[in-house]
Design a protein around this ligand. Structure first.
Ligand SMILES: [Ca+2]
Length: 268
């Protein structure tokens, strides 16, 4: 009888021990699972995101992700190879499979190697007088105007089939903020605009500032066009910057959602 009691106490103690162990390690097991199985995306030196269940969120366990995962690295939207990465003084260090260190300049995109992600190697087209005419029609609604091409401090244009319907769209990213050429108009602007062949126009992002604030705040440059899991629509990524230094640098992802492009991640 006494033995039986002892056995029951021992069994309860063992069960309690494992239950406690489970509760204590559950969080770290979960974190480890995320590190090893989630898709992770690094944009430039400033943005680190996890992709899971169609949602982007900041990478929680950054050092662990870097330690445990290999990345497909793209430089200026061209595949540069598979590397492990380390962040040293705000700069990526790249290590190949033989642990040799390599340096890359330019626009960096790194994605964990099991992610189904396509990176488009696009070409920027010249903005023409015809483009200016079209953009002025859009701007007229906001009392803004481009008088001549050289006024644009940012003039980016991509012709690409963003929705896979075999008809190209035109993406414009243009700005007069930071422009040295003073306009007669009162305000300055930054505009990210998608124009399709049907004549439909979507203003994805528009910033308007007073003329005397033309040199303040953030500007935005096109950074990447990507597609995840063979999705029908491509995502557009822009880099937020200020002209001097890298404070506040951040990448914004715009994804197609119910007929419009929407920003799907946060910048601080
Ligand atoms: Ca299309």
């Amino acid at each position: 009888m006494k033995n039986k009691k002892i056995i029951i106490i021992i069994v309860i103690a063992i069960l309690a021990y494992f239950a406690l162990l489970f509760f204590l390690t559950r969080d770290s097991l979960e974190e480890n699972y995320k590190v090893k199985t989630y898709n992770h995306l690094l944009l430039g030196y400033d943005t680190a995101l996890s992709w899971h269940n169609n949602t982007w969120e900041p990478i929680v366990n950054f050092d662990e992700v870097l330690k445990q995962r290999t990345f497909n690295v793209y430089v200026n939207n061209q595949y540069a190879g598979d590397y492990t990465l380390e962040l040293v003084k705000d700069t990526w260090q790249f290590y190949d499979q033989n642990n040799r260190r390599t340096n890359f300049g330019g626009d960096i995109l790194a994605v964990t190697d099991q992610t189904n992600l396509e990176v488009v190697n696009y070409t920027l087209e010249d903005i023409t007088e015809e483009d200016i005419e079209y953009i002025n029609q859009i701007l007229n609604n906001d009392n803004l105007h481009i008088d001549y091409l050289e006024q644009l401090s940012i003039a980016e244009k991509i012709i690409f089939d963003f929705d896979n319907d075999h008809i190209n769209e035109t993406l414009y990213n243009i700005a007069t903020i930071y422009s040295e050429y003073y306009s007669e108009t009162e305000n300055v602007f930054q505009l990210l605009l998608l124009h399709d062949e049907n004549g439909d126009t979507q203003i994805i992002k528009e910033i308007v500032r007073k003329r005397d604030e033309y040199n303040l705040g953030y500007g935005y440059l096109l950074s990447n066009i990507i597609r995840i899991d063979n999705s029908n629509n491509y995502d557009i990524i822009v880099k937020r910057f200020i002209p001097y230094g890298n404070q506040g640098d951040c990448h914004l992802i715009y994804s197609w959602n119910n007929g419009t492009y929407e920003n799907v991640n946060q910048c601080e």
